[in-house]
Design a protein around this ligand. Structure first.
Ligand code: HEC
Length: 130
């Protein structure tokens, strides 16, 4: 008699357990969809943001007649365009200019990560002379 009661109790608990598990699954709502990405901020300006980096940090060694590419104001854009692989808008992070400026690159000692990031963003946006 005792064991029959116990079995009944166990069965009831078991059924309740399964039922509650199922009910929970049905009630739990889908996780909310992730928020939309933040709006794309304004494009990087070559004249306004990239050339000033070169002018401040690079032209002491990359002037006319010094180490290529020439990075002086008014000449830098064409000089870089003339060097194969310097700027690759198809695979921006493989651009020599970015590799040199990014952490571990030969020129990274002359600039900072924010400078390299700006250059990468500018290349990703099409590397226009804007
Ligand atoms: C102290 C001098 C000096 C400064 C400052 C300097 N560079 Fe250079 N740069 C060199 C020399 C020398 C080379 C060539 C040898 C080498 O690659 O290390 C070079 C090479 C490069 C190259 C590779 C060219 C190639 O043919 O592959 C790039 C790109 C470059 N520099 C960009 C920059 C940028 C951008 C800055 C400023 C953030 C900068 N450099 C600052 C001396 C300098």
């Amino acid at each position: 008699m005792q064991s029959k009661k116990l079995k009944k109790l166990i069965t009831i608990f078991f059924v309740l357990f399964i039922f509650s598990a199922c009910t929970k699954d049905l009630i739990v709502p889908d996780p909310p969809s992730p928020p939309p990405p933040p709006p794309v901020p304004g494009k990087i300006s070559y004249a306004g943001e990239i050339q000033p980096i070169f002018t401040e940090k690079c032209v002491s060694c990359h002037g006319v007649g010094q180490n290529p590419p020439v990075l002086t104001d008014g000449k830098s854009y064409q000089a870089m365009k003339n060097m194969a692989g310097m700027i690759d808008t198809g695979a921006p992070e493989t651009s020599i200019l970015y590799i040199e400026m990014a952490s571990g690159g030969g020129m990274s000692q002359h600039c900072n990560k924010a400078n390299a990031d700006s250059v990468l963003k500018w290349i990703s946006e099409g590397a226009v002379n804007n």
